[in-house]
Design a protein around this ligand. Structure first.
Ligand code: NAP
Ligand code: ZN
Length: 347
């Protein structure tokens, strides 16, 4: 067993503090990864604060992991010592159900093993990427292409795949009008990816404060949702709207922006229920859907797509002792556009 430095939430209400966690011995199919960078996802905050139900404490968050392989098990064939690799939100699944066989391990029917706060096969609780090392079975480790820096690649492991997957599934591409609600960690990736896929991209943000950034990231249009004329001006416009907002929104107002047969896909995960007037859907054949991260194969495809298009995340690198401050800034929508922990500061 390896004892490694980490940062953990001791309870739902206390700030995160330095700690240590145990990593299992490297099994025949495992790789040991020296973590270099770990992104801070809004979901880390929701989990650390038990917003979606009780979490197991102490909880080491972090499911946007980028690092280097330092040891491999005897049977490992996909990765070698020195490889640049990433780990996202899952570290294992049943591998046998319909979803897993389709490559959609995120929808594993008996339930996959999340990177942190989940019961692992050996009965221990998984602990995430706010730490210096992690041991993961090789099939849940992806390759980070050389064209991407490890720091800018870390957020792709959640924010990247969570937006890439619905953009692909709902056909973002040339001739399609795509809107992104919320220009945060997920939102800024959605803008970059949808633009690279060839779609006409609109940002719907609370204000115009980040408009210059939005246009630089690849948006064609930028509107403030605090301005009621936005909803009149854009009525019936979009083929696809990706909602990345972590809070409750007036869905009917946004559904009104969809064209006939358009879809609004929620990736944002507020704790409160969202309500819909069915007429917002049925009168124009619209859909309201949800999407969870993406499978391992698709995560690799997304990383290769990003490398091919020169797409990384826009990041602010922080030392570990700034994690609590970063959490407050994320909660205040003051993130441009992902905080990434330099895990060497955990040493
Ligand atoms: P984030 O960086 O905090 O971005 C969320 C953005 O939503 C903010 O930057 C802000 O953008 C907007 N926003 C925040 N509060 C708002 C409010 N009250 N009203 C309107 N807009 C508001 O968070 P993130 O890391 O991108 O995550 C976004 C959500 O996705 C979270 O709920 C997270 O848990 C969830 N998530 C889901 C998946 C999945 O698989 N489905 C994966 C990862 C994360 P503006 O300032 O531009 O308005
Ligand atoms: Zn995440």
């Amino acid at each position: 067993m390896l004892t490694v430095n980490a940062y953990a939430a001791p309870s739902a209400t206390a700030p995160l503090v330095p700690t240590t966690v145990e990593r299992r011995d490297v099994g025949p199919h495992d790789v040991l990864i020296e973590i270099k960078y770990a992104g801070i996802c809004h979901s880390d905050i929701s989990n650390a604060r038990s917003e979606w139900g009780p979490s197991a404490y102490p909880l080491v968050p972090g499911h946007e992991i980028a690092g280097v392989v330092t040891e491999v098990g005897a049977e490992v064939s996909r990765h070698a010592v020195g490889d640049r690799v990433g780990v996202g939100c899952m570290v294992e699944s049943c591998r046998e159900c319909e979803s897993c066989l389709r490559g959609e391990e995120q929808y594993c029917l008996p339930g996959n093993t999340l990177t942190y706060g989940a019961v692992d096969k050996d009965g221990t609780i998984t602990q995430g990427g706010y730490s210096t090392h992690v041991v993961v079975t090789e099939d849940f480790v992806v390759r980070i292409p050389d064209a991407l820096g490890l720091d800018e690649a870390a957020p792709l492991l959640c924010a990247g795949i969570t937006t890439y997957s619905p953009l692909r599934r709902w056909g973002a591409g040339p001739g399609r009008k795509v809107a992104v609600i919320g220009l945060g960690g997920l939102g800024h990736m959605a803008v970059k990816l949808a633009h690279a896929m060839g779609a006409e991209v609109t940002v719907l943000s609370q204000s115009l404060k980040k408009m210059d950034d939005g246009l630089r990231l690849g948006a064609d249009h930028y509107h403030a949702t605090s301005d009621p004329t936005t909803f009149e001006q854009l009525a019936g416009t979009f083929d696809l709207i990706v909602n990345t907002v972590s809070a409750k929104l007036d869905l009917d107002a946004y559904l009104g922006l969809l064209a006939v047969n358009g879809a609004l896909v929620n990736v944002g995960a507020p704790a409160e229920p969202l309500s819909v007037q069915v007429f917002s859907l049925i009168l124009r054949g619209r859909s309201f859907a949800g999407s969870l991260i993406g499978g391992i194969r698709e995560t690799q495809e997304m990383l290769d797509f990003c490398a091919g298009h020169g797409i990384g995340s826009e990041i602010e690198i922080i030392p570990a002792d700034k994690i609590n401050e970063a959490y407050e800034r994320v909660m205040a929508s003051d993130v441009r556009y992902r905080f990434v922990i330099d895990t060497s500061t955990l040493a």
